[in-house]
Design a protein around this ligand. Sequence first.
Ligand code: C2O
Ligand code: CU
Length: 471
Amino acid sequence: MTRTVSRRAVLAGGVALAATPLLGSHAHCAATPAQELKVDAGAGRWPLVGGSGPMTEVWCYGNRVPGPELRVQQGQPARVLVRNDLPDETTVHWHGIRLPNAMDGVPGLTQRPIKPGETFIYEFTPPDAGTFWYHPHADSLRQLGRGMAGVLIVEEPQPIAVDRELVWMLADWRLTRDAQIAPGFGGMMDAAMAGRLGNTITINGAIPSDTPVKSGERIRLRLINSSLARMMALRFEGHRPVVVALDGQPCEPHVGERLLLGPAMRADLIIEMQGEPGNRYRVVDDFYPDLSYWLTELVYDAAPAATARRLDAPAALPRNPLPEPDLGSAERHDLTLQGGMMSGRGMMGGMMGMSGMGSGAPWAINGTSMTGDGHAGMAPLMTLKLGRSYVFTIRNDTAWWHPMHLHGHSFRVLTRNGSPVAYHQWMDTVPIAPKETVEIAFVADNPGDWMLHCHVADHQVSGMMTVLRVA
Ligand code: C2O
Ligand code: CU
């Protein structure tokens, strides 16, 4: 099953990506031709550590890590053929895309898993432009942890005015000394604490090297944190990155001094390259205070600025057609995140909330632990009325961070610990600090059974997951 693919072979065209427009065969049919894409899921080898280091055995899409960058147009139908060449069942979840429930990729809940050798066709028309990503929703911990993830970009009809666009898919790997993915997924210590943190960070499937830039250029940087568990907080030394979108959804442009990026979260930044020609500036991740490291360095070309520095501030991105929740009439619900160990110090002594959960799973939402990745017969926690506005108050009663993701919808973040958030922001994955309470609001406008879960994969599969029905 393992395919041997050298990096060169991949770059020379081994990427299973065909952006051939499927021309309507019926001349009378005025529908826009679908954008047809193809992605194969399979085993492979990839030079994660680079240099003379060993190749890493991975599972991936299109024989590369990350998978092929898929680009589709906002509002245009897309078809993605996914072939499963893995020895296990899989599905693809198009994270953050508001699509029909049957295309959401949750095994058992929204589709039958794709068996080895089978192909499944995903069809959807992305309503929102932005930075999204795709990953399996079957045995997520291992499949995502072995490398299955790719960027999905929905392009705005009018490209925005920048000199260059960079896409950084960030990932965290737990590797052995010989650069292989460490076994032992789903251990209790990972599950009940921070999740499976790794020891190797990559940008676009490689240990980062320098990032060459030119003085005076304006760059759009799309960031995606595809880690199983690692929270990140990025600072760009000597620069003032302007956040223009979070989780694909445009926000009020504002300077992001320290950009919090939990697993599954995305941010679009506009960065004016105002550094000194010939200088180097670090991009630092200092989320874990004692474990800060620098991700890469922006290395300026020695030549003076070719372009005159722009004086205008970056403009806001065009709004996506998201329904604005009616806060006045919204129905309110409380969700409490429970469980986990009290701290990283005690062994099992600090487990809280275990009694009464019954299942023995370390995490729960409102007292119930749904485990795994999706299966038939998951009873919804509640049924939301189609078209109605909702406010959810999510209280994190644990000692750990949880990036909480809702499928099929984007929500507005209203408050944190009772204080309104500084910028009008939409998200599909909201990071919630230990003991923090967050209020979110959305219109339940997409019928179906939708998952709501923590995107720390260990937490999700060990109980921090539930299902909301919209009907
Ligand atoms: Cu990326 Cu169920 O999530
Ligand atoms: Cu969590």
